[in-house]
Design a protein around this ligand. Sequence first.
Ligand SMILES: Cc1ncc(COP(=O)(O)O)c(C=O)c1O
Length: 343
Amino acid sequence: MEAQPTRFMGHEMPQALRAAAGQLAAYLGGRGEDLVFVENATTGCNAVLRSLDFAPGDEILVLSHGYGAVVKAARYVASRAGAKVTYAPIPFPRTDDDAVVDSVARTITPRTKLAIIDHVTSHSALVLPLAAIVAACHARGVPVLADGAHGPGNLDLDVPATGADYYAGNCHKWLNASKGCAFLWVQPEKQAGLHPVTISHGYEQGFLAEFDWTGTRDMSAYLAVTAALDFHARLGGPALRARNRALAAEGAALIAGRLGSETSGGNVAANAMGLVRLPVTGEISQPRANAIRGQLVAAGTDLPINEVDGAIWLRISAQAYNEIEDFSRLATLLQSELANQLA
Ligand SMILES: Cc1ncc(COP(=O)(O)O)c(C=O)c1O
């Protein structure tokens, strides 16, 4: 790229980008011509939200556990159109697949123009029954933008099989790709009229042309996704994902057992993240959760700790490099660091 920038950008990069998109799409069960690269899931969701037309009184449905940044993007788009954001409550911590589908269905009204469904929720680490939710939304004429930030490399994912109209996913989380490597997959019939957040030379030349060039930038993270896919496969692919799921469940149960607490659950599918309720005495709030996290950072570790629906929960992740001993050490640290705050 640096030796011959114009040759690279003009002649080598376009084909290389499409080849990488093809490989990534194949891994996701789809076709390269339905997939474009974006920097992150937030950008992918913004591209969809900012391409659609909303009228005063229209509604954008999000989940009560929806990712904060994406909900803000929905609020921004809604506020500019005089539309509003509605929230489907997620039952938690005893989450039930059918109850989630039902909650989304009951939140839909004749004014609902889009539903944004997190495939794996962030603070609560739930794998939601995306295909069933999409079916319920489509039955009411509502298209679905799936926020799959935590999907690729974590779930056994077949994107077209979810039925979602749009699926934004990150490769820089569970696929171990370089930071700034994500994708937006779009159903063929929804591609016309979809635009990247940055309009550039590709405008009016079709879905791929619009997204493949949004101005000069370093495409390395996109092109290197092929190496990340190879690496993920070498580590075991589906076997690695199954191992990480089992380890996250085992790690969460271990910590919950040591703290005399509970894990979240219900009948939702497992993933490589687990949630443990922190049985702390006193105030339950996000500032308190932040203060506890700060204390653990000072003690040499870090993990997401959030207030979710009236309790404080810590989220663990099990990656290829983790062993059960890591979670045992975390439990020991929690017991000593938080000794005077635990119930
Ligand atoms: C559900 C969900 N959506 C979106 C994002 C944002 O991802 P990114 O910062 O890569 O855009 C996250 C990040 O954790 C997430 O959990």
